[in-house]
Design a protein. Structure first.
Length: 300
């Protein structure tokens, strides 16, 4: 999938052993929402307090259109299960149907049910390839309300490698760590704010993990109705000056569009591409290049 990329991110990669599994991986356990299939053990897990995962609205053939997805934001829990040695393996369909039936029995809903071999990249960030390097041969997405909370679920199963994975998003609002007052004070003092908004490599597609930055910009503009800003894109020096100028402008426009989608009038915004011409760190080092790849919100 092109529009979202490739969850920067907190992932716990636990090693996979080809020998028999003697116990669940350290610090991993079942999510409270689901029990596990018989004779399976956990071999890795990952959690994060807040992220966004794109769920397809239907069984898609063209995975590149943003309008064909809906983002679920909140707390993420991903867990991978491997069949115990010498246990009889269930089919992928058996795994899929078990979870679907459990969700439906609890009043939940199956959204997508497919045997497609590939997944959106926002899901594969957590739902890694099977241990043998094979992508999952079946997956489904589901939603469920439980205990006053809303859950969105990816389930993937691999018959050849006898494993399955769950990715569960507990929908919730992000805990705001930067107040609008702080942002207002900073932009009044310095004349600009710097945001490190992540995009697909070489493209102007904003990644889901940058949703909070867009929301902060929009919140500031809503709180200060007289404020007008220029959204200015900056790149590192990888590539040509001309291509970086063009890319930075496209990215600035993408941020402007995303802020407008939050209810900010276009008359209060403009977009400018600065390219590689205004570095704030040493482009000879990767950490410097990372700092130079930024978006600045400049007070007019």
């Amino acid at each position: 999938m092109k529009q979202i990329v490739a969850f920067f991110f907190l992932i716990i990669a636990l090693s996979y052993e080809t020998s028999a599994w003697s116990a669940d991986a350290k610090d991993c356990m079942d999510h409270p929402l689901f029990s596990r299939m018989s004779n399976f053990e956990i071999y890795r897990c990952a959690t994060t307090e807040f992220d966004a995962v794109a769920f397809p609205k239907s069984e898609l053939k063209n995975w590149s259109k943003p309008e064909d997805y809906i983002n679920a934001e909140g707390k993420i829990y991903a867990v991978s299960y491997k069949l115990k040695k010498d246990a009889t393996p269930p089919s992928s369909l058996q795994i899929i149907r078990n979870f679907q039936n459990a969700v439906k029995k609890d009043g939940g809903k199956v959204m997508v049910d497919t045997g497609r071999l590939s997944l959106p990249q926002t899901a594969t960030k957590y739902l890694k390839e099977s241990p043998g390097g094979n992508l999952y041969d079946a997956y489904t997405t589901m939603t469920l309300n439980k205990g006053g909370r809303e859950f969105w679920v990816y389930l993937c199963a691999s018959e050849p490698y006898k494993d399955y994975m769950l990715l569960i998003v507990e929908k919730q609002e992000m805990k705001q760590e930067i107040s609008v007052n702080e942002l207002e004070q900073k932009i009044n003092k310095d004349g600009f704010l710097t945001f490190y908004i992540n995009f697909d490599t070489g493209k102007a597609i904003i990644k889901p993990d940058s949703t909070s930055a867009i929301e902060q910009i929009a919140a500031l503009l809503k709180a200060v109705p007289a404020l007008k800003v220029s959204i200015e894109g900056h790149t590192d020096n990888v590539g040509t000056s001309e291509s970086n100028k063009k890319l930075s402008e496209e990215r600035a426009k993408a941020v402007m569009s995303a802020v407008m989608a939050k209810g900010i009038a276009a008359s209060r915004l403009s977009a400018v591409g600065r390219g590689q011409d205004a570095p704030i760190a040493d482009n000879r080092k990767e950490e410097g290049r990372a700092l130079n790849r930024r978006v600045e919100v400049v007070k007019k």
